[in-house]
Design a protein around this ligand. Structure first.
Ligand SMILES: Cc1ncc(COP(=O)(O)O)c(C=O)c1O
Length: 398
């Protein structure tokens, strides 16, 4: 196939062992592990074994910043503006802990299409006098930038919204939302978990106040690597209530009255960081940095277009947007019995996932081939046909 043979990104396939045993199409959920992770984690073990406590001073204390700078290069942030956290929920809590509802300004505007963990977190802040306004689009799955803009007013403290919606992979244009928020004096926080590494953007250029994401998905960096970008001007003034000794300029003074905070991303950190997860994240971040999000997006657009074409030819339903400018990395296929069908595919080493309301999500990354797209669709057609005739035997099908 022309696309496959002319595709230089396929040369990266050897870096990802799972691609040799599975048709791996689930990078919206967990990106494939780079081969280099095993070496990197061995380096961690060797450092601990041989350098012991000296490792803190030699590398580990500042390692969150080191990893944060790799993330920063990918999301268009300046060096020193990204802190690392266990996950996005924690990262967003750190950002929210910088805010205080005052007077009329106490509204968090978010969307029903945001990841549910975020909405839980926002609603939990109601105990502090915050009001949560969840924008919905009725029966529609996608909450657009227009819907969000309409909900922002002088009472808005912060607008917290997703760049790419996790269910449908719909791309929200953040610019009008940020513009409107600025005009009324509200802050903005963008969840870039489903866009970082697959859709090009720059947080500095967008002039967003906070951005959160993780390295688990399209960045191939494994769990435990949530990140928080904070606009550098804010890093000089915000004082998170969710804080700790890493945020201090002189943590080793152990002086409970010394309140001087750092002015880089470390200001947003709190306790002792999970060093092994940083070692695990570096190979993936380095690969994505080398490949470049521009070429990744170019191939991703061709892959999602191809998938949509194959889905149409089978006569299957899809909630995925038809405007290629609006589709990030995933195509959803909404067939009856999508959940058991997705499990049967996994049992056959065709690794995809399922979400209620949208069906099976197929998420190719730069390391996948166009032949693999054909294979996924053919495998699904086989499963659908087998189910119709009651021949699916996998014990995981319920
Ligand atoms: C857009 C988005 N935000 C957040 C999360 C998860 O957040 P956390 O890292 O807190 O589990 C996901 C997970 O799939 C997601 O897709």
């Amino acid at each position: 196939m022309l696309e496959a043979s002319s595709d230089s990104l396929e040369s990266w396939r050897d870096e990802f062992p799972i691609l040799h045993r599975s048709t791996y199409m689930i990078s919206n959920s967990l990106g494939a592990m780079p081969r280099g992770v095993a070496l990197s984690l061995a380096e961690y073990a060797e450092t601990w074994a041989t350098r012991g406590v000296r490792a803190w001073e030699e590398r580990w204390w500042e390692m969150a910043g080191e990893v944060g700078n790799r993330v920063a290069a990918i999301i268009g942030a300046s060096a020193g503006s990204v802190s690392m956290h266990d996950n996005v929920t924690t990262a967003q809590m750190v950002a929210l802990s910088c805010l205080k509802p005052e007077g009329r300004r106490r509204k968090i505007v978010c969307s029903a299409a945001d990841f549910p963990s975020m909405i839980r977190l926002y609603r939990a802040q109601e105990a502090l006098g915050v009001e949560v306004h969840v924008v919905s689009a009725g029966d529609a799955l996608n909450v657009t930038e227009e819907h969000l803009v309409d909900a922002i007013d002088e009472d808005t403290l912060i607008v917290a919204f997703s760049h790419v919606l996790f269910r449908t992979s719909f791309i929200v244009d953040p610019r009008p939302v940020i513009e409107r928020a600025r005009r009324v004096g509200a802050l903005t926080m963008l969840d870039v978990y489903q866009s970082a590494g697959i859709v090009p953007f720059g947080v500095s250029e967008l002039d967003i106040d906070f951005a959160t994401g993780g390295c688990l998905k399209w960045l191939c960096g494994g769990p435990g690597n949530g990140f928080l970008y904070t606009r550098p001007e804010l890093l000089r003034t915000v004082r998170p209530r969710f804080t700790g000794w890493l945020a201090l300029s002189r943590p080793f003074a152990f002086d409970i009255d010394d309140d001087m905070l750092r002015e880089d991303g470390m200001r947003m950190m709190n306790g002792t960081p999970p060093i092994p997860t940083y070692y695990a994240a570096i190979p993936g971040l380095d690969i994505i940095g080398q490949v470049g999000v521009g070429p990744i997006r170019e191939k991703s657009r061709r892959m999602t277009a191809r998938l949509l074409d194959l889905v149409d030819r089978r006569g299957w339903q899809t909630p995925t947007a038809r405007d290629p400018e609006r589709v990030a990395g995933t195509v959803a296929i909404d067939i009856p019995d999508a959940l058991p069908a997705s499990r049967e595919l996994q049992a056959r080493e065709v690794v995809v996932d399922y979400r209620p309301r949208v069906g099976i999500r197929v998420s190719p990354h730069f390391y996948n081939t166009f032949d693999e797209l054909d294979r996924v669709v053919q495998a699904l057609a086989d499963v659908v046909e087998a189910r119709e005739f009651g021949e699916v035997t996998s014990s995981r099908v319920t």
